[in-house]
Write a protein that binds this ligand. Structure first.
Ligand SMILES: CC(=O)N[C@H]1[C@@H](OP(=O)(O)OP(=O)(O)OC[C@H]2O[C@@H](n3ccc(=O)[nH]c3=O)[C@H](O)[C@@H]2O)O[C@H](CO)[C@@H](O)[C@@H]1O[C@H](C)C(=O)N[C@@H](C)C(=O)N[C@H](CCC(=O)O)C(=O)O
Ligand SMILES: Nc1ncnc2c1ncn2[C@@H]1O[C@H](COP(=O)(O)OP(=O)(O)OP(=O)(O)O)[C@@H](O)[C@H]1O
Ligand SMILES: N[C@H](CCC[C@H](N)C(=O)O)C(=O)O
Ligand SMILES: [Mg+2]
Length: 487
């Protein structure tokens, strides 16, 4: 139970009809969840307009309506509050409602196109090993110390974030690492949170269906750094040309990391193979079981962040050497037939290129690299031909297939992927719409010492077709077929 007046603290109010000195039970932005004495926040969304459901919310018992436009017909006894931006108001109210939980722990946000889950999850692992109680909000899962919850989004809505942070406060969590997606920033899901630090991994083509242009996508990411407080650190990868852009207007203390450019944390790769990575960071040698140049960046970010958060070098080095791969991120095994199967969440052109480059830099010429890949439906279409081009140029054979078709025709998606294949690579490709069959075919094609990469779905344990999610697990399926087809 809270007083409306208190949860409206710091929300800029444009107009109020009714009493703000009322006691409310809960806050919702979905009219279907509203119960007696709740607050309903009307949000203009991408599919519908929450303002159309104000009446429904009041019928369900809403005592308060927060909106950008007060309806012509108001109901006596209901308080209507007009704000400029409902999503922003929701985030500030959520923060107040749960007692400003981000202030009671050290919250670090990780943003960028690729590597957010990896960096946030590895920081969770590292600080847990160092003896702290830690929280994690990620694409794969939510962790409140060692209690696990399923993730619905990379960055959940502001009510959900603050609810988890409050649970973390109650569980005595000292550090929380969270992914900050561009949708999350644009929709004010992280507004009002007090961050102790922000990390930028990289920026490349993604979500250009949602953001109108690459510049807009970049500016949304930058807004996260613009809003960090002076007490926080802002740590960015300056080998990415947007790394410095992120730091332009931040009040936070600026730190940089890089493999190629001048930076506060500069690493050199000494060894890079299937055994792991040996790096030299400033004057320290850092060893990790993680594989590939892209993971050198992730490890460097983790090393720098752990130092900025107060761990000693000795502690960081010890725990980094113990970190294990995050589920569905370059997860691999070698079958009895000596075929290497890798499952990886590469679902952007840049990620796919990095993973294929890594495999090609490790494999020898007589081993084949067979890639199984597709693109998700109802998502940025312009990345499809790019991924088709990259997969066919950097693999010896490719089986194009479905990812999560969602509401699109899977064959049409595959055609758009194939459109990026250059004529000289036509002979390397085939298309099998059914992802299970595609994986089976790759297993049939593979010979001793070959490598199979199954890209795009990583940790996901479902395939979404026309709104229905059916069980589907790349790792499980490839494991089964490699056993069944044992030569
Ligand atoms: C495109 C997008 O980001 N949509 C998110 C957004 O929904 P929306 O505002 O567009 O919702 P809408 O359906 O138009 O409805 C508008 C409002 O009317 C309300 N409503 C609707 C019907 C009704 O009967 N009553 C009612 O009150 C809805 O609750 C909503 O408040 O706000 C919702 C609440 O926070 C999110 O769940 C929803 O995520 C959808 C499911 C989604 O697929 N999002 C993806 C694209 C996403 O957010 N991805 C990012 C990045 C992923 C990554 O790269 O890692 C992520 O952070 O996960
Ligand atoms: N630092 C990096 N630079 C480029 N590619 C990376 C990097 N780290 C991971 N990848 C690639 O991107 C894929 C996704 O990694 P990860 O899940 O950590 O990214 P993410 O930013 O959380 O993605 P999402 O936007 O879906 O949440 C990995 O499977 C790997 O192929
Ligand atoms: N967070 C990303 C994940 C994409 C994963 C891929 N498997 C797909 O379904 O397109 C998104 O929602 O766009
Ligand atoms: Mg993620």
């Amino acid at each position: 139970m809270s007083r409306l007046k208190d949860i409206l603290y710091k929300v800029s109010l444009e107009a109020v009809i009714g009493d703000t000195n009322v006691t409310i039970k809960d806050i919702h932005f979905d009219s279907r969840k509203v119960e007696l004495n709740d607050v309903f926040v009307a949000i203009r969304g991408t599919q519908s307009d929450g303002h159309d459901f104000i009446q429904k919310a009041v019928e369900n018992g809403a005592l308060v309506v927060i909106c950008e436009e007060i309806p012509e017909k108001t109901i006596n006894g209901v308080t209507y509050v007009r704000v400029k931006n409902s999503q922003e108001a929701l985030a500030i109210m959520a923060d107040n409602f749960y007692g400003n939980p981000s202030k009671n722990l050290k919250l670090v946000g990780v943003t960028g196109t690729n590597g957010k889950t990896t960096v946030a999850s590895l920081l969770y692992q590292l600080f847990t090993k160092a003896g702290f109680k830690v929280g994690l909000l990620s694409t794969v899962q939510v962790l409140v110390a060692d209690e696990k919850f399923p993730a619905t989004h990379t960055t959940p809505d502001s009510l959900t974030i603050n609810r988890y942070l409050k649970m973390m406060n109650d569980a005595g969590v000292e550090y929380c690492f969270m992914e900050v997606s561009s949708h999350g920033i644009a929709q004010h899901r992280t507004t009002g949170l007090v961050f102790a630090g922000g990390i930028f991994t990289n920026l490349s083509h993604e979500h250009l269906d949602y953001h109108n242009s690459f510049a807009e996508y970049r500016d949304v990411k930058k807004a996260f750094f613009d809003h960090l407080p002076a007490s926080a650190f802002a740590l960015t990868n300056v080998d990415d040309k947007n790394g410095r852009v992120m730091l332009q207007n931040t009040k936070a203390k600026k730190y940089t990391y890089a493999l190629k450019s001048v930076a506060d944390y500069k690493a050199q790769i000494l060894e890079n193979d299937f055994g792991g990575l040996l790096l030299k960071v400033n004057d320290q040698e850092v060893w990790t079981k993680l594989i590939g140049t892209f993971n050198a960046y992730n490890i460097l970010a983790i090393y720098a962040a752990s130092e900025l958060l107060g761990l000693t070098t000795i502690e960081s080095l010890k725990y980094i050497s113990e970190l294990t791969a995050v589920s569905g991120r370059f997860q691999y095994f070698i079958s009895e037939d000596k075929i290497t199967a890798i499952v990886d969440y590469a679902h952007t052109p840049d990620a796919l290129q990095n993973v294929l480059d890594t495999i090609n830099s490790i494999r020898t010429k007589n081993e084949e690299l067979i890639t199984v890949v597709g693109c998700g439906g109802d998502r940025d279409r312009t990345k499809r031909p790019k991924m088709g081009h990259i997969a066919s140029a950097l693999s010896t054979k490719v089986v194009f297939t479905s990812d999560n078709p969602r509401t699109e025709d899977p064959d049409k998606i595959i055609e758009e992927v194939e459109a990026g294949v250059e004529p000289q690579n036509y002979k390397k490709i085939m298309s099998i719409t059914n992802r299970r069959q595609a994986i089976k075919t790759a297993c049939q094609l593979a010979k001793k010492n070959d490598i199979i990469l199954i890209a795009g779905k990583g940790h996901e344990t479902y395939q979404e077709i026309n709104g229905v999610r059916k069980d589907f697990d790349d790792l499980k399926i490839v494991t089964e077929y490699l056993k069944e087809l044992k030569k």
